[in-house]
Design a protein around this ligand. Structure first.
Ligand SMILES: [Zn+2]
Length: 374
């Protein structure tokens, strides 16, 4: 009897227990889809599963040192991964910008760089550019590599599987209809609803839970770069991360600038002091839609925290929220705050769909926020 032991945070133990019993009973599904919020460790779990499946140790898997285990934790094994990439033209353009000389890398080189990053910090949330997608070519390269598989177990991790375009989705569906023996697919996504229903229904669904605040603190500190200042992982940062070490690491260096700006945004739009606010927003370089929406997320946390303050509940970002001084704005009630949350949410979708420029959208939000309560 082979024993399987998958490692990971305690909060996600239930998911691992389910996987381990499937492994022990030799009924592991050929395709699983791990979903859950961004930055909580879906890729980390996928790599742990890949090791367990590929491991050849006769007693305890994953052993961590056999060929199969090493292949699952090795950036050179690019055939074990499908990741979103930018279109060829965008990549070529970037290479051109980087140096005068052409330094165009092959797809394999690019993949290897990304995989190295993922192995180093599987929680990272901003690893792929917003325009990156999974193309049908990547799918075809994968299926053609099956012929050279040999007799070992092969796992393919499809990261951010919701980024498969239509052609890639259809190619993958075809692959799923006739999966080669000893081949396993592990898909991860934080936007399950964006995937084809036909793909979802062919994969075992595994929902991964966010971590506790203590676990976020520990995991973020563990995977962060050596020169990362760990004192930046304050209670407010961990509170904002809502169970995601990846988000904690993303917010940590921005907090010092963003949290006071979010406080300012709320205070100044209440005081109708727009000139200063618009200037501060301009200084903050929020033109990039992805970045702007991460900032608006901070705004949402702040407003949600004000709702907690009104209701007497414990705050997620105690220091930042207290600095608003809600008591100075007696007209602000729960309804005003709930409306503000809707306004922020709408601005985020406007920015995401690129219906207006980021600057315009943020200014419009400031004017609209707490309308009738100013
Ligand atoms: Zn092993």
């Amino acid at each position: 009897m082979i024993d399987y032991s998958l490692k990971g945070p305690v909060s996600q133990e239930r998911a691992r227990i389910r996987l381990m019993s499937a492994l022990r009973e030799n009924r592991f599904p050929q395709a699983i889809l791990i979903d859950g919020p961004t930055g909580i460790g879906k890729k980390a779990l996928a790599m742990e599963i890949a090791k367990a499946l590929q491991c050849t140790d006769p007693a305890g898997r994953p052993c961590g040192h056999c060929f199969g285990c090493r292949m699952a934790a090795e950036s050179g094994a690019t055939e074990n991964w499908i990741i979103p990439l930018e279109a060829a033209e965008a990549r070529a353009k970037k290479a051109e910008d980087a140096t005068a000389r052409s330094t165009a890398k092959t797809i394999e080189d690019i993949k290897q760089d990304y995989i190295k990053e993922i192995i180093k910090n599987p929680y990272r949330v901003d690893i792929f550019s917003a325009a990156a997608f999974i193309s049908v070519e990547l799918m075809r390269t994968m299926t053609s590599s099956f012929a050279m598989r040999g007799d070992r177990v092969r796992t393919v991790i499809i990261a951010e599987a919701d980024r498969m375009n239509e052609a890639a989705s259809n190619a993958f569906l075809k692959t799923l209809e006739d999966v080669p023996p000893d081949t396993y697919f592990i898909l991860t996504t934080s936007s399950r609803e964006k995937m084809l229903q036909t793909i979802r229904s062919r994969c075992l669904a595994l929902h991964l839970l966010p971590l506790t605040d203590d676990e976020v603190q520990k995991e973020a500190a563990r995977v962060a770069d050596e020169d990362f200042d760990r004192t930046m992982l304050t209670d407010d940062v961990v509170g904002m991360a809502v169970g995601s070490p990846g988000k904690a690491l993303y917010y940590a260096p921005l907090c010092e600038q963003w949290n006071p700006l979010a406080v300012d945004f709320i205070r100044k739009s209440l005081l109708q002091d727009y000139t200063d606010l618009f200037f501060a927003l301009k200084e903050a370089s929020l033109e990039d839609p992805y970045v702007a929406n991460r900032f608006l997320e901070v705004m949402s946390f702040l407003v949600a925290d004000l709702l907690r303050e009104l209701g007497g509940a414990p705050l997620r970002m105690p220091t930042t929220t207290a600095s608003i001084g809600l008591k100075n704005f007696p007209r602000i009630d729960a309804t005003a705050l709930e409306l503000a949350l809707v306004d922020i949410q709408e601005t985020m979708s406007r920015i995401e769909s690129r219906r207006a420029t980021t600057t315009m959208s943020l200014q419009t939000l400031a004017l609209k926020l707490f309308e009738g309560y100013k």
